[in-house]
Design a protein around this ligand. Structure first.
Ligand code: GCW
Length: 686
């Protein structure tokens, strides 16, 4: 692992801890990880691991808290009794694991400071998260006193899915939709063999709050299928490297495994032999990996096998695997990304945006308690702007995970700066039942994202894309965090020496970068318009006459997809009130989603007061202009970041500008030629 960028955990981030006297007290492997971290920091910065009353920082499991530390958290009187403020239990959460019935409190931690001592108490991974909390606080953890606060993750599972292949796929390569080099886990048909790098990845993820990783692509090809059986040892090795950081390993499996691996004639979920096969295979998995997280399945989707072949439902399919995993406390993540990818573009009644709801909403209540339906955040496919998926509000009796895409397949492929936390924050804060109601974050128990990390020295190709990986973990821990606040944390950790001078320019470059990207690409929620296959760069009609169900229907009069109940596909009816009405009405529909739900004439006037066509021209000129402004800001940072990192970003900004101009010109030219409407400001359109 040479020359790998430390991302948000450079040694310097540990200075505040490493220059102090620290007591680490607790049993168990994760307490050991905390001790190792602290020991390394102290060796570097002159502090010490101590074992007595003189500590500046105490990190301990609750049963190992010394009395004086206990008093810091619980008050003097409680110091001896162990009663937590506001509750009887030290770590109450009220949540219990549905399968095992055990309290689900081992990720919590308490932190407080009094009389010159900072104390963190937590069980299991909680202690580790507490350590990283102190890392984030830096010197602030050792300044003024602060009362004990309890921290707990909002989402119980905070998971990254890797679309990594073991074999190099002839079209998709080592990592499907990977823009950061090869895979951290696999290379050329086998394990990549750099477990130090895997461990370092786990450490970064833990510091951001992630606790689960699926180590192979949801498109499970022949070699990858065997990770479940004869290649299980490779998965166990990864689990071993990630375990010290509280991260469980999950595996994408093929629904056809009993046939392709087990030699059975069927994979029918109701067949007894099939059940027995999964039970046996799963038992062997847990023998090798006792804390294995579970399976991830893409079934009946884009050519992957599934229960439809046997006339069974997706609940039958998911419950088959859930049943095999249940004895061990494992879970199956079953993806809701099911749609017809062989549709006829002439057929306007089939609507890909409807598909997940149509397939899954009727199955609400039929899924096992350890089956989690994993729903992409929008109804189509990770576009720069989509409404929230209607599935999220439609399945109150089903455990749901919301899936985001950190890898920037549709948002610039890690060649463009596109800080995605503002989009995710909007998704998580969306209220499906209207203002004042529950939010998406409140409905989903888990947050999952497709990782953007690879074996690139900066982990993410574009060094600034590290912030997306970091922000994903932080939002999964606390969806209430503000995107700018998270970015600020990331800047402080990643560039500890120059953060004060970097904050303003980096916020200027990144805060609005998602909206900038939106401005120069597909307008008003219409989506796609990317080059087929690799999905980089503009190609307005690239998907228009294909079977993929991603159309914009632009003609000389107008553009957009009619998804209304009145005259279109009826997709608006999949939303509860008030959104079903808001989206149904071209007058009330939010501008940014207008073309997702409506086909309108170019002269349609938006809430902004502009016509659709003028909005298209204006945003595309503005978006490309905004990108042109980034380069001078970045040039001003020479000397404030590592020269190699500076050079890498500079090159990428040049490509982003080239690409943004290409988008601007293709989109504007296309719509000018279709509509014949000139730009009100007479700017150059080709
Ligand atoms: O957006 C699409 C991608 C596919 C991906 C699929 C999915 C893994 O283009 O590459 O396949 O989504 O989410 O399953």
């Amino acid at each position: 692992m040479t020359d790998v960028h430390p991302a948000w955990l450079p040694p310097e981030a540990f200075r505040a801890i490493g220059s102090r006297r620290v007591l680490v007290h607790g049993d168990g492997p994760l307490a050991g990880t905390v001790r190792d971290e602290v020991a390394r920091a102290c060796a570097r910065f002159g502090g010490s691991l101590c074992d007595g009353g003189e500590a500046d920082l105490v990190l301990a499991t609750s049963d190992h808290l010394p009395a004086h530390a206990r008093a810091v958290l619980y008050g003097e009187e409680a110091g001896e009794t162990g009663a937590a403020p506001g509750g009887d239990e030290a770590f109450p959460t009220g949540r219990r694991d549905r399968m095992t019935g055990t309290p689900d409190g081992d990720e919590n931690f308490l932190v407080g400071r009094r009389g010159g001592v900072t104390v963190v108490a937590g069980e299991g991974a909680g202690l580790l998260y507490g350590l990283f909390h102190v890392v984030r606080l830096g010197e602030r953890a050792f300044g003024a006193d602060f009362p004990a606060e309890r921290h707990r993750p909002a989402m119980r599972r905070r998971m990254l899915d890797h679309w990594d292949n073991v074999d190099v796929h002839p079209v998709m390569g080592q990592v499907e939709r990977g823009y950061a080099g090869g895979s951290i886990f696999w290379a050329d048909g086998g394990p990549r063999g750099d477990l130090d790098r895997v461990r370092a990845y786990g450490r970064l993820l833990a510091a951001a709050g992630v606790n689960a990783v699926a180590v192979n692509n949801v498109n499970v090809h022949a070699t990858e299928a065997r990770l479940l059986t004869d290649r299980l040892g490779d998965v166990a090795a990864l689990a071993g490297a990630l375990r010290p950081y509280g991260i469980r390993v999950h595996l994408s499996v093929t629904f056809a495994a009993p046939v392709v691996l087990g030699g059975l004639s069927t994979a029918d979920p109701l067949d007894e032999d099939v059940r027995a096969w999964w039970a046996g295979a799963t038992a062997r998995v847990y023998e090798a990996i006792p804390d294995f997280g579970g399976y991830l399945v893409k079934a009946d989707s884009e050519g992957q096998p599934g229960p439809f072949a046997y006339g069974r439902s997706h609940a039958d399919g998911a419950n088959l695997l859930a049943g095999a995993l249940a004895p061990y406390g494992g879970v199956v993540h079953w993806r809701a990304f099911v749609y017809d990818h062989r549709q006829d573009w002439r057929d306007r009644s089939t609507d890909r945006a409807r598909a997940a709801y149509d397939h899954f909403a009727p199955l609400d209540g039929e899924f096992a308690g350890n089956a989690i339906l994993q729903v992409k955040h929008g109804p189509i496919d990770f576009q720069v702007r989509e409404p929230v998926s209607p599935v999220i509000a439609a399945m109150p009796r089903t455990r749901l995970a919301v899936e985001l895409q950190v890898t920037q397949e549709y948002t610039g492929q890690q060649r463009h700066v596109c800080y995605l936390a503002p989009m995710w924050r909007e998704v998580l804060g969306f209220e499906p039942w209207g203002p004042g109601g529950r939010t998406v974050a409140g409905v989903a128990g888990e947050l999952v994202a497709v990782s953007n990390a690879g074996d690139d020295p900066y982990w993410t190709g574009h060094p600034l894309a590290q912030a997306n990986l970091y922000a994903f973990g932080r939002l999964a821990w606390d969806p209430g965090l503000g995107p700018a606040e998270i970015l600020d944390e990331w800047i402080g950790l990643t560039f500890p020496d120059t953060a004060d001078r970097l904050r303003e320019p980096l916020h200027a470059i990144m805060n609005g970068s998602w909206e900038t990207y939106e401005r120069y690409t597909a307008p008003l929620g219409v989506g796609f318009m990317v080059r087929p296959g690799h999905h980089y760069g503009p190609d307005v009609d690239g998907y228009e006459y294909t079977p993929w169900g991603t159309y914009h229907f632009a003609d000389r009069d107008g553009v957009g997809v009619d998804r209304t109940r009145a005259t279109g596909t009826g997709c608006t009816g999949q939303y509860p009130e008030p959104w079903s009405e808001v989206y149904e009405s071209a007058e009330r529909c939010p501008d940014e989603l207008l073309l997702f739900f409506h086909h309108v004439p170019y002269g349609h006037v938006l809430h902004s007061g502009k016509t659709v066509i003028q909005h298209i021209y204006d945003t595309h000129f503005a978006g490309a202009e905004e990108v042109a402004e980034l380069r001078p800001v970045w040039d001003g940072l020479v000397g404030l970041v590592d020269p190699a990192l500076h050079a890498r970003v500079r090159e990428l900004l040049d490509e982003q500008l080239r690409s943004a101009r290409e988008w601007r010109d293709q989109i504007n030219t296309y719509f000018f030629r279709k509509s014949g409407v000139p730009d009100a400001h007479g700017r150059r359109i080709h």
